[in-house]
Design a protein around this ligand. Structure first.
Ligand SMILES: Cc1cc2nc3c(=O)[nH]c(=O)nc-3n(C[C@H](O)[C@H](O)[C@H](O)COP(=O)(O)O)c2cc1C
Ligand code: SF4
Length: 663
């Protein structure tokens, strides 16, 4: 009889009727999992730099455990060597000594407190490791492709055996801490994948050679970990189904499937199907990759092994995994970023509250921060990594402190502020001169490569506003008179930016148009286009027009195009600009505009003519409109989002949330 840790009955919930396959039990090893939901292991850089678990990490994991409604909740991968070669992140939890067990137990207890299954992950980061030491360890000394990673030295045969032992010892500590499932991380360029891959394993001893030889270290780890886990604790492994490393002679997809079969033979109780490496040149999880794109890999994996297959990778809504499970192509739906963005995502699915889900927009800021030694945050979830911090939780206001709040602008800043203030008990009115909510996201979401997903943010906010009793006044422009008539207690200006004027000659010509009008399709645009501004709005409009067949050149004042986009996404934009033939003059400005050309002035004073029939303005400035009026009336004033400083949707959301807490 398989072990069941917690009883769950989903039969009365609407989500279990809409997505019946997600709420069926499944057995992994000797353990029954009540549903098909898993929060996948996620580094968060929240632990202290000696590897001890912190309050912040415990609170972070507790909220994800609540979200999986009885399913699997994994803590981040732990590193296992005192020498810290396997440590990939400054705030990664450690497990190389018994002294860590107490902190790890807090995580297991927090997960069990939500009646979920506690997963423990073993993760030696290999080529991606050595974050705090000079050199890392690897099967062979293959030079790094990415400059942020340290050089590696080749492990001796004894060191490989020691590494196997470290996995088994760490598994013992995980079990002692109370975890129910042990998982070995063999993904994206970490140590086990380094052994498996023909790209990074050039050894000629028992741990190298053909695919069986390259799998030997993994086999020993699985076998040793299985030994210490016994029959009751399942052991799984995350393995690449396609490395996407053809250009450097990585494993073929056939070899990857061999690794799956060998892992099964060695005793793995399930496989989590992953793909790509940090070093691969193909995108895997950014917004430009359609959701569900990779499900065929889970299906292929299931054709090669009998043990359950789990998979994440751009499965942000329940419909696709529900269908894949029903079709027999997948067994367990894993989630990482969709539960960074909304820890309660699957719980809301179960409860039929899908409109209340704050969807991940696949920007990869969370990842970019980890690689720069910063604690994780989320682009659109202001409470991410602040779950432990009381001051981030909206608190009801006292009856006497309730205010009449006027919010000007129904973009992401205004809407975020509105629902938070509304939830706290203020009377909130949101005004916008447009008939539609969303602010400039309405236009930004018309850019190609998946940007339509940005609209999930205002959709969520609108839903939350309605729940919080916020009143909307759409198609209503706020004027001095309106403010004087209404005399609210507080005004929040979330009006968005103003667009800069080109100072050079010809800046007011008819062929100079605004980026929002171009995105909305209401401006006339010729065939030879200049986009003024090399931040994200400029890149978005440039890519849209280039894909429509126009010749586009960007002229911008920042030193590099996409200066405001995080590095884990920016590289995609750079490739798309190149693929679509978009030229960029960075660190430059427009000096003059004529009928058929502009004069570009470079940072060092050179002037060059560039052919063009239309100039699109995407440079922005802070918006001072209405500020003086509000101040003159002595009304409490907040300015947020791009109206304060033009930035991005993330800053708008975070500004809105924090001011919503403060009013
Ligand atoms: C911030 C971040 C941290 C991650 N940390 C880990 C980790 O500790 N161990 C691991 O096996 N995978 C890790 N991953 C990979 C995820 O578990 C997941 O496989 C991947 O993000 C794809 O799923 P998604 O599209 O649902 O985000 C991490 C991913 C992100 C974005
Ligand atoms: S930071 Fe971006 S990619 Fe990461 S979870 Fe948040 S929205 Fe998703």
């Amino acid at each position: 009889m398989a072990k069941l840790l917690f009883e769950w009955d989903y039969s009365s919930y609407p989500g279990a009727k809409t997505y019946p396959n997600l709420f069926q039990p499944i057995q992994i090893g000797n353990l029954t999992v009540p549903n098909r939901i898993k929060y996948a292991a996620t580094e968060d850089n929240l632990n202290d730099h000696n590897g001890f678990v912190t309050d912040a990490d415990v609170a972070y994991i507790r909220s994800r455990a609540e979200g999986v409604v009885g399913g699997l909740c994994f803590m981040q991968g732990v590193y296992m060597d005192e020498a810290q070669k396997g440590q990939g992140y400054v705030g990664q939890a450690a497990c190389w000594d018994d002294k860590y067990v107490e902190g790890l137990r807090r995580l297991a207890d927090a997960i069990h407190g939500e009646r979920a299954i506690a997963g423990f992950q073993l993760m030696d980061c290999g080529r991606v490791g050595a974050v705090d030491v000079d050199r890392g360890h690897a099967p062979s000394t293959v030079p790094q492709r990415l400059r942020i990673f340290k050089p590696m030295y080749e492990m001796t045969n004894e060191e490989v055996k020691e590494m196997v032992r470290q996995h088994a010892d760490a598994a013992i500590r995980g079990i002692e801490a109370g975890f129910d499932v042990i998982e070995i991380s063999g993904i994206v360029g970490y140590l086990i994948s380094n052994f498996l891959s023909s790209y990074t394993n050039r050894r000629t001893d028992e741990y190298g050679g053909d695919i069986r030889g390259r799998c030997q270290a993994m086999v020993e780890i699985i076998q040793e970990v299985k030994k210490v886990c016994g029959a009751d604790i399942p052991v799984g492994i995350r393995l690449c189904s396609d490395e996407l490393l053809n250009d450097v002679k990585g494993n073929t997809p056939e070899e990857s499937m061999e690794t799956y079969k060998i892992a099964e033979e060695a005793g793995a109780d399930y496989i989590s199907c992953t793909l790509g490496w940090q070093e691969s040149i193909y995108p895997v999880i950014s917004r430009d990759i359609p959701q569900g794109n990779w499900l065929y890999l889970a299906k292929r994996a299931k054709e090669h092994v009998k043990i359950p297959i789990q998979m994440a990778y751009r499965l942000f809504t329940p419909d696709r995994p529900n269908k894949a499970i029903g079709d027999g192509d997948l067994d367990i739906w894993e989630m990482c970023r969709s539960m960074i963005a909304d820890p309660l995502m699957p719980k809301k699915v179960l409860e039929g509250r899908e409109d209340e889900i704050r969807h991940c927009v696949a920007c990869n800021l969370c990842l970019a921060r980890l690689f720069r030694d910063a604690p994780m945050t989320c682009y659109i979830n202001p409470t991410c990594a602040h779950e432990h911090d009381e001051s981030f939780t909206p608190k009801p206001v006292e009856e006497d402190d309730k205010k009449d709040v006027m919010i000007v602008g129904a973009g992401p800043a205004g809407l975020e502020c509105a629902y938070v203030a509304g939830m706290r008990g203020h009377e909130v009115h949101v005004y916008d001169k447009r008939e539609e909510m969303g602010g400039t996201v309405l236009e930004a979401s018309r850019a190609p490569y998946g940007d339509e997903e940005l609209m999930t943010c205002p959709h969520y906010q609108k839903e939350m506003c309605e729940k919080a009793g916020v009143e909307f006044h759409l198609g209503a422009e706020v004027t001095e008179e309106l403010i004087q008539d209404e005399m609210p207690d507080t005004v929040v200006l979330a009006t968005g930016p103003v667009y800069s004027k080109i100072q050079g000659k010809g800046g007011d010509r008819k062929n100079v148009v605004n980026v929002l009008d171009v995105m909305a399709g209401t401006a006339e645009v010729g065939e030879n286009v200049i986009v003024w501004g090399n931040r994200k709005p400029g890149i978005g409009v440039a890519l849209k027009l280039a894909k429509e067949g126009k010749k586009v050149t960007i002229v911008g004042r920042e030193k590099s195009a996409g200066f405001d986009v995080n590095p884990s996404f920016k590289w995609r934009y750079m490739i798309y600009l190149k693929q679509n033939g978009v030229m960029a003059y960075n660190d430059c400005d427009i000096e003059e505009i004529n009928d058929n050309e502009i004069i570009v002035k470079t940072y060092d004073g050179y002037r060059l003519p560039v052919k063009c029939d239309t100039v699109i303005v995407s440079e922005r400035e802070a918006n001072d409109g209405l500020k003086n009026v509000v101040q003159a009336e002595g009304i409490e004033l907040f300015v947020i989002g791009d109206a304060l400083v033009p930035r991005n949707m993330s800053s708008a959301v975070h500004d809105g949330y924090r001011i919503g807490l403060r009013i």
